[in-house]
Design a protein around this ligand. Structure first.
Ligand code: BG6
Length: 504
């Protein structure tokens, strides 16, 4: 059971009947409740256009929790206790009455609890609603208490640099920066948080964490799923906007950032934004040389026929949207000068996994005879984020036997073998941090703009010049051949972990 409790809290979830609430938010809140992290007094108010009673909404959430909670089906006694705190309000985001109603509900809870509760407005809605909802919240004076009211915003934050700047400007005019929580759910993942612990709590790493020892870095987030039923959103986004602008660049920042002087939210976020500022800008020629795009064709995945991207529902049959992107980045500072960072992500690939591989330089001189070193592999540190949760250091060792033959072995820290308790889901961590007012694991407006600024030349080049060979990779592959060529030109290969039946 937990010891840190936030103050009494009211969650108002816009998009209460939507997919994000069903799959992630409701199960996360329920698990926080089970594990004793929610305050004694809390209330969850789902809101949306659909007409529902409190009872209907509760029944829907129960079904969602039974389907999606990491703790399995809800236990009746616990659920009965939890559901008393759930309400539903029909709303129209454009209508001032809606916000008056929220105000009344907040006041009623405050009166009942004899306190001033934290109020978290969670925008689990399409980004087209961000301006109207945030403006109306401010207009209704629901967010004047800077200490107690918070706005949580999901990605995508803007469609490009300009729209992100516009949205930042709007929010900055309505709220204080410390009220704004930009979610990137990757930052809440247990293994992603551990990158900072691993780097900054162990003295042996810092001396070698630089261009003198590291040859190159790879960050791969690959997925077996296609776009599913999200074609309408995804076709206007693509892999660059959906994954690289946020999740992959956040991972890159965690690997490349300088050591912060403390664990304060702004200190951490300053060090991360420094990385984005140091990243080399792309000229159109660089885009041609360093960025690769792909789109999946129809094919077979695990014995099932799957449609090509252009045949997916709500996708333009002539779509130029990339479902795969691979890019070579450089971070131009003293620590990383000349070290390539290869990132790749895509849908309908052979394996679902998120892995960071840090390859160290080779030994300066090999003392062993050639026959001893046939399976020679430079040292590699592999941070596996999912589905396997592990950190492994690959080293050379002597194989047991009378002859001197070396092979590569793994020194492994594996969550499964080390801990017995189940890791919380990213959304549990992030919701709790929102309640506690801790912004460390949230993106900041300037960081989002810096990430957009970096990738804009790639996006503009790709928009202006349609790809002539789409679709260019088959389902269940590792993406287009050009992605292999991108890294092979420098003498490396993409790394992937064998899955050991650990499928997602
Ligand atoms: C989301 C993207 O942000 O992240 C999805 O919009 C993607 O397209 C998802 O599938 C991947 O998240 P995870 O946690 O499953 O790796």
């Amino acid at each position: 059971m937990s010891t840190i409790k936030s103050d009494p809290t009211i969650f108002i979830i816009f998009g209460g009947t939507g997919d994000l609430n069903s799959r992630k938010l409701a199960p996360a809140l329920y698990n926080l409740f089970l594990d004793g992290w929610l305050p004694q007094q809390f209330s969850i108010i789902g809101t949306g256009r659909t007409k529902l009673t409190d009872e209907q909404f509760r029944a829907n959430l129960l079904e969602d929790i039974n389907n999606f909670s990491r703790s399995g089906k809800a236990v009746k006694a616990k659920w009965d206790e939890f559901e008393k705190n759930i309400y539903y309000q029909v709303s129209d985001a454009k209508d001032a009455e809606t916000y008056k109603e929220f105000g009344k509900r907040v006041e009623a809870h405050n009166a009942e609890w004899k306190t001033r509760a934290n109020v978290i407005y969670y925008l689990a809605v399409s980004p087209s609603f961000f301006p109207i909802i945030t403006s109306n919240l401010a207009k209704a004076k629901l967010t004047t208490d800077v200490e107690r009211t918070r706005i949580v915003i999901e990605k995508p934050f803007g469609h490009d640099l300009e729209s992100a700047k516009e949205l930042n400007k709007l929010l900055a005019g309505l709220f204080n920066e410390k009220q704004i929580y930009h979610i990137d759910h990757y930052l809440g993942k247990e293994t992603v948080q551990n990158i900072m612990a691993f780097r900054f709590a162990n003295s042996i790493l810092e001396p070698i964490w630089n261009r003198n020892y590291i040859e190159h870095v790879q960050i791969s987030v690959t997925e077996q799923l296609g776009v599913e039923d999200r074609g309408d959103y995804y076709d206007g986004a693509g892999a660059m906007r959906d994954m690289i602008q946020n999740h992959l660049l956040q991972l890159l920042c965690l690997v490349a950032m300088e050591t912060p002087v403390n664990f304060n939210a702004d200190e951490i976020r300053n060090r991360k934004v420094d990385v984005l500022h140091a990243m080399r800008r792309f000229s159109p020629e660089d885009v041609r040389m360093s960025a690769v795009r792909g789109q999946y064709a129809k094919g077979w995945m695990e014995g099932k026929e799957v449609p090509g991207y252009r045949e997916e529902p709500k996708v333009d049959p002539n779509s130029n949207t990339e479902t795969f992107a691979a890019i070579k980045f450089f971070v131009d500072n003293w620590r990383w000068q000349g070290v390539p960072f290869y990132v790749r992500t895509g849908k309908r690939l052979h394996q679902s996994s998120s892995v960071i591989s840090i390859q160290f330089k080779d030994v300066p001189h090999k003392v062993f005879p050639t026959e001893a070193t046939e399976s020679w592999q430079q040292n590699r540190l592999i941070i596996s984020i999912q589905p396997e949760m592990s950190i492994r250091l690959q080293v050379q060792a002597k194989r047991p036997g009378l002859d001197m033959i070396l092979n590569t072995v793994d020194m492994v820290f594996d969550y499964k073998g080390t801990y017995t308790n189940q890791a919380p889901e990213a959304y549990e961590t992030l919701l709790l941090d929102t309640m506690l007012g801790d912004q460390t694991l949230f993106m900041r407006g300037d960081q989002i703009e810096a990430a957009w600024e970096l990738i804009m030349p790639v996006l503009s080049t790709w928009t202006n010049k349609k790809s002539l060979n789409f679709p260019n990779y088959s389902a269940d592959s590792w993406g287009p051949e050009s992605a292999e060529a991108l890294i092979a030109r420098d003498g490396f290969n993409w790394f992937s972990l064998p899955l050991n039946g650990n499928k997602k």
